[in-house]
Write a protein of this length. Structure first.
Length: 421
């Protein structure tokens, strides 16, 4: 009875919304609403079939958010990996549609190879939500898609691939950038406000994107790390769709790809093929995550969302400073206060704290450690092992259901051991 009442309330609210929209939009809005009603009505038939087929094979439907690369890649790859590892039970028939706009058409092309996608599935999804029992037929997206507590991504291979034609195209584009075939390269990226400001300008008139600014960092603090990699024989490519600053690196093997005719295809290709990726907490990190490319995460802002699942990645967090006494807060204090999951700037104001970006020296140390680990040159000292144990023992207290495969930067812990007290 409760489910029926909830369904009736949802239907009434839906009808009231349509009435208000028609009043505001006139004839055009009326025609659009009539089309929605017609399409949703037709979709009732397959929805009833879904209910009848549930004992034989569950059918689920879900919309893929296409407007930002992080949402476009990581939740889908995580769900597929969780499904492959058996997290969501027996085999299902999954139907997907895209929530427009599409931020990267290369990603869409690759998802279309893997998934059952159709714009028509959107209407099935809408009709499914109008009838009782709809929750059983929804794709169970993670509420926090940047988390992978069961380490599902580490257990299966990527679901995406490049065609032979795309592989050839990628090599040609690397040559255009001045990178010879088989030459090693690393990508690096620092979040800044330019992408959202340029892509969704109506929202910026009231400053509504400013709540993300605390995740920004200075790209120039990454240049020493890039230069050290060049000394080791790498090319270093700065990535980003829209960026605030041009690079003045002064070295030919440090390439400002973001300002050299970047393309949607190469954004994906570079993230899939680089030796590793140096990146902060921003949407573009979903590309290396989806392709299982090792990542050196820097300026990680939310310690409780640390990438615990990935044994091939390292990370170092931003520090949190109390404005009251200027003191850098320890990890146990941060977690006890519940501020280890910052996702918006209002938390900073509420707790009277500020984020402290990683220094150039910290970023460089993590970068070189990552390179040494990937090339089997890294040796842990007894001190390093002890510091890692102390840090992860704290994390396990607050994230008891997580699998812990990754490591925090060794030099960062050596220089900040007091934060473990």
């Amino acid at each position: 009875m409760a489910n029926r009442q909830i369904s009736q309330i949802k239907s009434m609210r839906f009808l009231l919304r349509q009435k208000d929209a028609i009043k505001r939009g006139g004839v055009r809005a009326l025609m659009r609403r009539l089309w929605i009603v017609f399409a949703t009505g037709l979709a009732i038939i397959p929805v009833i079939a879904m209910r009848l087929l549930r004992p034989i094979i569950p059918i689920r439907v879900g919309g893929i958010r296409g407007d930002r690369i992080g949402h476009f890649l990581q939740p889908v790859e995580l769900y597929l990996s969780q499904r492959d590892t058996g997290l969501w039970g027996r085999k299902t028939l999954d139907l997907f549609y895209y929530d427009l706009p599409i931020c990267n058409h290369q990603v869409k092309k690759m998802w279309d190879r893997v998934l059952r996608t159709s714009s028509g599935f959107k209407w099935i999804g809408k009709a499914n939500q109008l009838l009782p029992g709809g929750s059983s037929h929804l794709i169970p997206w993670m509420s926090e898609p940047d988390l992978d507590p069961e380490a599902s991504l580490a257990q299966v291979q990527t679901h995406l691939w490049f065609t032979p034609e795309e592989e050839h195209k990628g090599l040609c584009e690397l040559a255009r950038l001045g990178i010879p075939e088989n030459a090693p390269f690393v990508c690096f990226h620092a979040r800044d406000p330019s992408y959202l400001d340029a892509t969704y300008p109506p929202l910026t008139t009231t400053g509504s994107w400013r709540y993300h600014d605390f995740r920004d960092s200075n790209i120039e603090d990454y240049l020493d790390a890039a230069s050290m990699l060049v000394d080791r024989g790498y090319f270093a490519l700065r990535t980003g769709a829209v960026v605030e600053k041009r690079l003045a690196a002064g070295r030919p093997n440090i390439i400002d790809y973001a300002n050299m005719g970047r393309t949607e295809f190469m954004d994906v290709y570079l993230g899939a093929k680089c030796k590793f990726y140096i990146v902060s907490t921003t949407g573009i990190n979903a590309i290396p995550v989806a392709f299982r490319t090792p990542i050196a995460y820097v300026n990680w802002h939310a310690i409780q969302h640390a990438p615990t699942w990935d044994k091939n990645s390292l990370f170092i967090p931003m520090k949190i400073r109390s404005k009251k006494d200027g003191r850098i807060m320890g990890y146990r204090e941060i977690l006890d206060l519940g501020i280890g999951h910052f996702q918006a700037a209002n938390y900073l104001e509420e707790f009277n704290v500020e984020m402290v970006e990683n220094t150039s020296e910290e970023i460089t140390a993590l970068t070189l450690e990552m390179d040494d680990r990937l090339n089997n040159r890294w040796t842990n000292t007894d001190e390093d092992e002890d510091l890692q144990r102390k840090f992860w023992s704290i994390m396990r207290e607050y994230l008891p259901d997580h699998v812990f495969n990754s490591k925090i930067g060794a030099e960062f812990l050596r220089q900040n051991r007091e934060l473990l007290d």
